[in-house]
Design a protein around this ligand. Sequence first.
Ligand code: ADP
Ligand code: MG
Length: 320
Amino acid sequence: MASEFDLIARHFKWPAPAGVLGVGDDCALLLPVASDRRLAVTTDLLIEGRHFLPDADPEALGHKALAVNVSDLAAMGATPIGCVLGLSVPRADHAWLERFARGFRTLADAVGCPLVGGDTTRSLQGTVISVTAMGEVPAGAALTRAAARPGDDIWITGTLGAAHMALEVLQGRERATPDVLAALRPFLDRPEPPVAFGAHLIGIAHAAIDISDGLQQDLGHVLRASGCGAEIDYASLPVHPALEGFAAASVQRAVLNGGDVYQLCFTASAAMRQRITELAGRHGVRVSRVGTITQEGGLRVTACPVPLSPDDPAGFDHFG
Ligand code: ADP
Ligand code: MG
């Protein structure tokens, strides 16, 4: 790309934090992580046609490319340090790049995850976005998937179902009024993972995961890693209010199996209820207590509006 260096300087060269060498040299130079802390690293790839459509709003795309990564940091209880961006685009479309960079940067500033480097190439076909985010977490205290204990409460931040239902409507599998779609769509386009709240769960929560592939699937990962099971009360799940007018079976599928949520599912002992509620209040995060970790394996969801059968591939028990 003839204008590769101009392109980077124009769109992606932002001031680096004090003591950090950011965009512009062969490597970024970051501050060391203290010996009693660990470096948390995560990466996600977004591919045109698979993860987003060619006409996706570039600002929302910039936001989401970073959001899906800081969501993983939040799910470990890590505090963001910085990120790098690999960008492969078919041409130097400055209007597109400017909006993409604005969406990315607005979230980076909001969650304190500065862009410190990357790589930019011309693609043969379509846009590919690869973001790697780094954070830090106290050694031995990260919210791993393996840390759930029988008797723990199960909590969820935010609401469920909106992002999935937005996609169903946009792809013509469900119908909704423009008002309802307008209420659902921000959850698909601009997920807002609770990053600072996640970091404050260190010492309070045991296990955590971010919901990217659906509650059943992602909680299933926690149960498998922790060697226990869970009971969820469907009536306690935080269904997004804009799902009200859809058929019961569609809502239930969106709530239990809908992905792209980028909120946390975490476990904590019952003794922590008040601290969690207060912490959530301080961070403006909605939390719902939805069930209990059990010794016996498998995931049971009680009081479902539409009965789950053991044969349901996305239902009753993923690994029983
Ligand atoms: P090199 O050839 O040494 O890898 P590049 O020319 O690829 O360096 O990049 C020059 C500088 O711009 C580096 O500091 C790199 O990290 C940064 N950079 C390149 N592309 C991006 C991008 N999309 N976002 C942020 N920084 C970028
Ligand atoms: Mg390079």
